[in-house]
Design a binder for this molecule. Structure first.
Ligand SMILES: [Zn+2]
Length: 303
């Protein structure tokens, strides 16, 4: 049975009409997976928000305070991509708490999924591209501090490079970052992950999966993490509004299955977050993000 993390606050952020961020996808995905029985109410966990104190374990205290109080300057706010509001603060802290909760559940059950997360463009002292605080690095760092784990791999398959995670962890031997991303895409200036795999535009299922197959086993064997945090962004999909790769729904399933299964075979707990995925009609994203949950369900039922 799949353990997953969700909070209604994920879709409860008021945004201007036609804002690019697909705020409704979280609720739509939750409702669809629950209706299909992929998620079960008794295995659905509601996270508690991280405290500002916890967030400062990764981010600059001045940035954290300014964001919490709504006093970021206009340039910093624009870079974030969201208008500031108290619900944005609550949502951000809850979503970061959700990735930590998913990681805890993964340590307990082997696989767990978070119906949010993947805010990988958040840097130490600024946010960018809809990412305020870096939930991936926060979850890793907080678990390391508790000595629940000794080495974490952040494996990022979102179409955009995980530049925030890379920059935050570049001098950290205990949090390894790997990003598979479309080279000619946001962010224009890439950071250096421990392992970067830049991909050509229009890469299809077969080529993508072949690349994954050469990178992932090597990476797991080399670093031997005791937790993987997997960003399963679906903006690699052929119809994504912001990505330039060409994966199908089935390609997403194969990718997610391959990642979860590589971890499961080695006995490495894996916490997956849904990451990016953009479409004008938010309902279009439900089948794409569902593939992660189908793959997790299938692997857990075979065990
Ligand atoms: Zn993305």
């Amino acid at each position: 049975m799949l353990n997953a993390v969700y909070h209604p606050i994920y879709s409860a952020l008021p945004l201007p009409a036609n804002h690019r961020f697909p705020i409704h996808k979280y609720r739509l995905l939750h409702d669809a997976l629950l209706a299909q029985g992929v998620l079960q109410p008794e295995r659905l966990h509601q996270p508690v928000p991280l405290s500002l104190d916890q967030v400062t374990q990764v981010h600059c205290p001045d940035y954290v305070q300014r964001f919490a109080q709504g006093t970021l300057d206009r340039k910093a706010q624009r870079r974030l991509g969201f208008p500031w509001s108290p619900p944005l603060v609550a949502r951000t802290l809850t979503a970061c708490g959700g990735t930590l909760r998913a990681a805890e559940l993964a340590l307990e059950h082997g696989i767990a999924c978070h119906l949010s997360g993947g805010y990988h463009h958040a840097h130490r002292d600024f946010g960018s591209g809809f990412c305020v605080f870096n939930d991936l690095v926060l979850a890793a760092r907080l678990l390391l501090q508790r000595q629940a784990v000794s080495r974490v791999l952040i494996f990022d398959c979102d179409v955009h490079q995980g530049d925030g995670s890379a920059a935050l962890c570049q001098d950290d031997p205990d949090i390894i970052t790997c990003s598979l991303h479309c080279e000619r895409n946001f962010p224009a200036r890439k950071a250096r992950s421990h392992v970067d795999v830049p991909l050509e535009n229009d890469l299809d299922d077969a080529a993508y999966l072949a690349t994954l197959d050469t990178v992932l086993p090597w990476l797991l064997n080399l670093y031997q993490p005791d937790l993987v945090i997997y960003d399963a962004g679906v903006d690699v999909h052929q119809d994504d509004a912001l990505g330039y790769l060409s994966l199908s729904d089935h390609g997403l399933y194969q990718r997610d299955h391959a990642v979860l299964s590589a971890c499961q075979q080695r006995g490495i707990p894996v916490a997956a977050v849904i990451g990016g995925g953009y479409a004008k009609d938010h309902a279009d994203l439900v089948p794409r993000h569902s593939q992660l949950f189908f793959a997790a369900r299938d692997l857990l039922s075979q065990r």
